[in-house]
Design a binder for this molecule. Structure first.
Ligand SMILES: Cc1ncc(COP(=O)(O)O)c(C=O)c1O
Length: 243
């Protein structure tokens, strides 16, 4: 019997389990200082063609989202999202619980475009409303559509021109990047966003997501934030041994 309620109904890909068994007794320092984590980060940096990308391995998607947004935003700054966005409909208010309002745009296909964002920026007066600062998208979107290179390029340019950060939730990014109509690469995603995560949990790994921070202004001290909020694994990265 197959359960179609989600795409993580089994443990993980057998090759991952085999690699875990093989690496299980290897003596390693904890808290991400192990050789497997270093290897995974180097592989991702190579795929991104960005040796300066700051990469953190975290437990799950909700955790990646709230960690990133809580770290990147000032208390009075908001998140802009499509009203169907995962953070709006499936995370039990996790982002709002960090103190940040989510402002939504209704979009027909789950994607956000500059025209959807403009009305959200046209609010007045300043100081009396939250300040829009971070644009949240996921690829694929919550309703299964994917961004083209041109669409993400336009969104990225609009964000840059308007002082907005672009954050991409990649819980199922491997599915988007391997879709028949896709024309984006992982390196494009890194180049066009300020931060994103590459999902593992929904894509065959035992667990975990790789949060990638490409904007150097957002990188300092993220490790402190991670440790303070809890998801800094003490054990040597348990999902990276076959990454
Ligand atoms: C796009 C997206 N983001 C985040 C999440 C949340 O991930 P998790 O269930 O690991 O917290 C999901 C879960 O399905 C998702 O589809």
């Amino acid at each position: 019997m197959y359960l179609f309620t989600n795409d993580y109904s089994e443990g993980c890909h057998p090759a991952i389990l085999a690699a875990l068994t093989q690496s299980n007794r290897s003596q390693q320092p904890g808290y991400g200082a192990d050789t497997f984590t270093a290897q995974a980060i180097a592989l991702l940096q190579a795929q991104l063609a960005d040796p300066t990308a700051d990469i953190h391995l975290v437990a799950g998607g909700t955790s990646a989202n709230l960690l990133a947004m809580a770290a990147f935003l000032k208390p009075f700054e908001s998140v802009l999202a499509a009203q169907t966005g995962h953070i709006c409909v499936h995370e039990a208010g996790a982002i709002e619980a960090t103190g940040h309002k989510i402002e939504v745009a209704a979009t027909a296909d789950g994607k956000l475009r500059p025209a959807d964002l403009a009305p959200l920026l046209a609010k007045s007066p300043p100081f009396h409303t939250v300040r829009p600062r971070l644009v949240y998208v996921s690829n694929p979107t919550e309703i299964g559509t994917i961004y083209s290179r041109q669409e993400l390029t336009d969104l990225s340019a609009y964000c840059q021109a308007n002082g907005l950060l672009l954050y991409l939730d990649g819980a199922r990014l491997p599915m988007a990047l391997t879709a028949a109509t896709n024309d984006l690469t992982l390196a494009d995603i890194g180049r066009l966003t300020d931060a994103f995560y590459l999902g593992g949990t929904k894509c065959g790994a035992l667990l975990g997501e790789a949060l990638v921070i490409t904007n150097p202004a957002l990188q300092p001290d993220f490790k402190y934030h991670l440790k303070q909020r809890g998801p800094c694994f003490p054990r040597a990265g348990c999902w990276v041994s076959s990454f």
